[in-house]
Design a protein around this ligand. Structure first.
Ligand SMILES: Cc1cc2nc3c(=O)[nH]c(=O)nc-3n(C[C@H](O)[C@H](O)[C@H](O)COP(=O)(O)O)c2cc1C
Length: 182
């Protein structure tokens, strides 16, 4: 399986999760990790297992990641690759992940972001297996890290958060054992 971690991170929290995914994946398969950029040129269909991650910004992914997704949708659509019913392509899997501070309504303000990314992957015909959300302190508004809906999140993501992700990767790889990881 060829795997890809495509992510964005504005303040450094989400890259910690991406790094953890990469480290865990590398124990059993090769993996490419790319921070998304406006003009990134890549063919996602070359990858069998795609992790897409972002900080939650106003409930959604970053503008850079959303612009990338919209551009790829247009491109793949013009190539006839976005089909009615989005037929499932066997052996193609996706997972969305991200970090969020949840200051107002907790995880409810983060799940639109992972759903948005998973919807994109599903449009391509990828089967989305999960969505992983990790708490990450607000880098621009530190005051909110003490009194938001999630309580004190000043040290997040912490070791336990990253261990949670490592375990999740191990679980996913076990569930994909029917596919050759190499
Ligand atoms: C401009 C801005 C908007 C944000 N909007 C949300 C939001 O809607 N919901 C949320 O839970 N967290 C929100 N956050 C908090 C970030 O999602 C969180 O701190 C995340 O861990 C940042 O990741 P990064 O360091 O990889 O950029 C926002 C942060 C910023 C800077």
């Amino acid at each position: 399986m060829k795997s890809l971690i495509l992510y964005d991170s504005l303040g450094g929290n989400t890259v910690k999760v991406a790094d953890t995914i990469e480290r865990s994946l590398l124990k059993s398969m090769s993996c490419q990790m790319i921070k998304v950029e406006k003009e990134l040129s890549i063919d996602l269909f070359e990858y069998d297992l795609i992790f897409m991650g972002s900080p939650v910004i106003d409930w959604l992914p970053t503008n850079t990641l959303m612009s990338f997704v919209k551009r790829k949708m247009k491109e793949y659509n013009s190539m006839g690759l976005i089909k009615p019913s989005s037929p499932i392509i066997p052996g193609k899997f996706g997972i969305s992940f991200g970090t969020f501070a949840g200051p107002h309504i907790g995880e409810n303000e983060a799940s639109p972001m992972t759903m948005w990314l998973n919807s994109f992957l599903q449009h391509l015909g990828y089967t989305t297996l999960d969505q992983w959300l990790v708490v990450g302190k607000h880098n621009k508004n530190p005051e909110i890290n003490k009194n938001g809906r999630l309580g004190n999140i000043e040290d997040r993501p912490n070791e336990a958060d990253l261990l949670y992700i490592e375990n999740k990767v191990n679980g996913i790889l076990s569930s994909l054992s029917a596919w050759n990881h190499n």
